[in-house]
Design a protein around this ligand. Structure first.
Ligand code: NAP
Length: 304
């Protein structure tokens, strides 16, 4: 792969002061993070370079020793290491500890501090792109997996009126609802099985799909057979899948006149927060978005 394809165009000159950043996961070579973050370093003139490492579970400890030895400044952590990595760090931010997963590490002069930017990234995207004020709103979340966890915690901080978690496996929804209530003090967090979806949707201001249903290559999937006519006409249909940019759920909601919000923003903003934690500079979000859209084979006009 040439330098340009790696996002390392002129301006990312590497010298003896360049700081190293990376993403780790298993698998990892599908990740768009190196392209996105190298663009961010280039745009802001930060002397940094970002790459991807394929790290298996049995090598996590050795990897962290490497971070310490080499002074790697920042790390993003993706599936399947977001929980296991926590036991290797010196400090974990309170909200990452509460939700039980880390996706960003800051190496602060040898002290490794873990954060989670997934949920706050999603909420920043939702507020900037579709629903500016979530206070007092009724929110329905489909799914109770890893991504849902961070999102529910971040949503609770916005003080919505209610959060209803609808999941195929109701036990997982119940566990998540109890955990969020306990840690955030938000009283009205409910858990229901798929049978409760219609009633929950009829009252909702925002309905968010956090399940994997609809993701490429199974793009005709509809999570829990949701019928978009259940959503109020002014409700927002939101999604965290970004491949395709518009899932069947969003396409049907848009055709029925509902406002829609796609999953790309969550990916961009989780990276933007990581960039900001590492550098202290505002992330160049439009440039980052442009790079990811190009990498996915779209033009910047493909999504608004
Ligand atoms: P996960 O932990 O495996 O959770 C999957 C969720 O989907 C669970 O709630 C699961 O329900 C539900 N589900 C799976 N198959 C189902 C089916 N046939 N019918 C009904 N429900 C089903 O996965 P995750 O890490 O949370 O990721 C979920 C999706 O979010 C993926 O598509 C991922 O690509 C996307 N994502 C996007 C971003 C972003 O930056 N935009 C970030 C993270 C994840 P059960 O509990 O009943 O199994």
């Amino acid at each position: 792969m040439g330098a340009e394809a790696n996002g390392l165009k002129a301006g990312n000159a590497v010298d003896s002061r360049t700081l190293l950043y990376c993403v780790i996961g298993d698998p990892i070579h599908h990740s768009k993070s190196p392209l996105m973050l190298n663009r961010a370093f280039r745009e802001t003139g930060e002397n940094g370079i970002y790459t991807a490492f394929h790290i298996t579970g049995d090598r996590l400890g050795a990897f962290i020793q490497g971070v310490r030895a080499m002074g790697i400044r920042g790390v993003n952590v993706t599936i399947p290491h977001k929980v296991e990595i926590m036991s290797h760090l010196d400090e974990i931010d309170a909200s990452a500890r509460a939700l039980g997963a880390v996706n960003t590490i800051v190496n602060d002069n040898g002290r490794l501090i873990g954060y989670n930017t997934d949920g706050i990234g999603y909420v920043r995207s939702l507020k900037e792109e579709a629903a500016a004020d979530l206070a007092g709103k009724r929110i329905v979340l489909l799914g109770a997996g890893g991504a849902a966890r961070g999102i529910v915690y971040a949503l609770a901080a916005e003080r919505p009126a209610t959060i209803t978690i609808v999941n195929r496996t109701i036990d997982r929804a119940e566990e998540l609802a109890a955990s969020v209530s306990g840690h955030t003090g938000l009283k009205d967090v409910r858990a229901v099985g798929a049978f409760g979806l219609e009633m929950a949707c009829r009252q909702a201001d925002v309905v968010i799909n956090t399940t994997s249903i609809g993701m490429s290559p199974q793009t005709e999937g509809l999570p829990m057979d949701i019928n978009v006519s259940w959503l109020k006409t002014e409700a927002v249909a939101s999604e965290i899948i970004y491949n395709p940019l518009k899932t069947r759920f969003l396409r049907e909601a848009e055709a029925a006149g509902r406002r829609v919000h796609g999953g790309l923003g969550m990916f961009i903003y989780q990276g933007a927060y990581a960039f900001e934690y590492w550098t202290g500079k505002p992330a160049p979000v439009p440039a980052m978005r442009e790079t990811v859209l190009e990498a996915l084979g779209y033009t910047s006009q493909a999504i608004t």
